[in-house]
Design a protein around this ligand. Structure first.
Ligand code: ADE
Length: 254
């Protein structure tokens, strides 16, 4: 998979050299390239923003550096992946569609992602129109209903969620199947040794007996029940979503 990131703060993305993602890069599973947007300006101050037309607070990112940056990144990517290659261009944006595990699954199968990190109040709307008119697939993705200072932190989160699903990146693929959100529910509680743990306050806390039973069917049933109870308590919205999807599925069945 190839990933390009366009940003005015390349240093923000340094953590992508660490841990699992860093290893995936070194192993050649992910070709991740970071580009400085200011390299595509032509003035002494390397200006990427200007005041909003029509008035209003803050600054808006100018279209020209973005258009030049996309042209360069597209040319570079196509030279590497083939002239017919076309990326999915992702703009992290609090006004985008919610990024969720299903999105991560979908994007992990894409050969080429380009992240465009907005700053200030946002990017001139004509940049999106320009890409769409050029036949480039564009997505606006929100991490949640809050506002960050720019897209970089969202790129860190999205890249980690996506790249760990690329085959070969996570050593034990079974762990991807059982984790939270993989089946639309939160994960069941986890325990390890010792089976009876004496905490610093002297209280002895025991692992649920079923986990020591060796009865795999009982364990699976207990975990499923715990997952459902935990989801109902913490994220009832996920349960309604699932029920909606199941009813929809049942209605569609022949
Ligand atoms: N940029 C600023 N806030 C954001 C958010 N909540 N999600 C994604 N990108 C953002």
């Amino acid at each position: 998979m190839r990933i390009d990131v366009i940003t005015i703060f390349p240093e923000y993305l340094a953590p992508l050299e660490l841990s699992l993602i860093g290893k995936a890069r070194r192993d050649g599973l992910v070709d991740l390239r970071i580009h400085q947007l200011r390299d595509f300006t032509h003035d002494r101050h390397r200006t990427v923003d200007d005041t909003p037309l029509g008035g209003g607070a803050g600054m808006v990112m100018k279209p020209e550096p973005w258009a030049e940056a996309f042209a360069a990144v597209l040319a570079d990517g196509r030279a590497a992946l083939g002239e017919d290659a076309s990326p999915l261009v992702i703009f992290p944006n609090p006004a985008g569609e919610p990024f969720a595990q299903a999105t991560a699954q979908d994007w992990s199968t894409r050969p080429w992602l380009v992240f465009a990190c907005g700053r200030y109040e946002g990017i001139d709307e004509r940049v999106y129109e320009h890409l769409a008119d050029a036949g480039i697939e564009v997505a606006l993705a929100s991490l949640g209903d809050y506002v960050l200072n720019g897209g970089e932190v969202a790129v860190l989160a999205i890249t980690e969620a996506v790249v760990r699903l690329v085959p070969g990146v996570v050593g034990n693929a079974a762990s991807l199947v059982e984790e939270s959100h993989s089946d639309g529910l939160l994960e069941y509680p986890l325990y390890t040794r010792p089976a009876a743990w004496t905490g610093p306050d002297g209280t002895v806390r025991e692992v649920p007996e079923v986990l020591l039973s060796g009865n795999h069917a009982r364990i699976a049933a207990w975990r499923a029940e715990q997952s459902l109870a935990r989801t109902a308590e913490r994220r009832p919205d996920l349960i309604s979503c699932r029920e909606g999807a199941q009813q929809h599925g049942a209605g569609d069945a022949p």
